[in-house]
Write a protein of this length. Structure first.
Length: 262
């Protein structure tokens, strides 16, 4: 996996009786980034790029990585509630929020509850809406490697990021994350029918980024988010897969940095 520069530090806080671990680096506009359903592998090159222009917070969402698992949580919305409480503990009254994949689902749920706390919203290949065409790839039905490989436009790019043989600690992260994801997104898988109607009241400036060759969450979901959110624009990166921030970190970070500075 490409290694980012050590410009961050590791911290933790207590929220609702849980320990929340997060990485923090950079300076400028506070930007909270939420990881995929496979968990956060740590600080990536895209975070390096973002931290050049923003104060980046990268939490392990509750139940993922080194954050305590809330045994009671059963919906993405539950994680969004905990996110709001974590921002209170951090003293962050207003932030830019960027969610990737499942993290985008959580970010969208948070926006419907507390849009006034968001200066900007960024959704990158976000789950959360039922596709009007196709379906969201069910990670519970395939091997870990197969699911993550589907996020890239080629197996070569997967190998560049995770190696020909995936490290045991990464597979352990994926395994632990999948159990939590199953608790939060099962029936229906990876979407909430109550979300779309609520998005119509979210006036937060929103940037939607999608890989044009996303085989995990269909690009039609990006168009559905654009139609549902009154102040949104969609940027499709031709040829990119679901894990567009791995494939095109400079492009993604540039889009996000320019957007939150606007």
């Amino acid at each position: 996996m490409p290694v980012a520069t050590q410009i961050w530090n590791e911290q933790s806080l207590e929220v609702a009786g849980l320990t929340l671990r997060y990485l923090k680096g950079g300076s400028g506009v506070p930007l909270v980034t939420l990881h995929h359903s496979t968990g956060s592998p740590g600080w990536l090159p895209v975070h390096d790029e973002l931290a050049a222009k923003a104060e980046v917070y990268l939490p392990d969402m509750p139940g993922y990585g080194q954050s305590t698992r809330p045994e009671w949580a059963r919906e993405a919305r539950d994680i969004a509630i905990l996110l709001g409480q974590a921002l209170d503990r951090l003293g962050l009254e207003k932030v830019a929020l960027a969610g990737f994949g499942f993290g985008g689902f959580v970010a969208a749920e948070f926006a419907t509850m507390a849009s006034g706390r968001l200066s900007h919203l960024v959704l990158v290949g976000a789950a959360g809406l039922q596709p009007t065409e196709g379906e969201i790839l069910d990670e519970m039905m395939v091997d870990f490697d197969q699911y993550v490989k589907a996020g890239f436009r080629s197996d070569d790019l997967y190998a560049q990021n995770f190696g020909e043989e995936t490290a045991p600690e990464i597979k352990q992260l994926w395994d632990f994350s999948r159990e939590m994801t199953a608790r939060l997104t099962w029936k229906p898988y990876m979407f909430n029918r109550r979300l779309a109607p609520l998005l119509k009241e979210v006036g937060t400036p929103t940037l939607i980024i999608w890989g044009g060759d996303d085989r995990v969450v269909p690009v039609v979901c990006g168009r559905q988010y654009q139609a549902a959110l009154p102040n949104a624009r969609l940027e499709v990166i031709d040829g990119a897969g679901h894990l567009v921030e791995y494939e095109e970190p400079a492009r993604v970070s540039s889009l996000i940095s320019d957007f939150i500075k606007s």
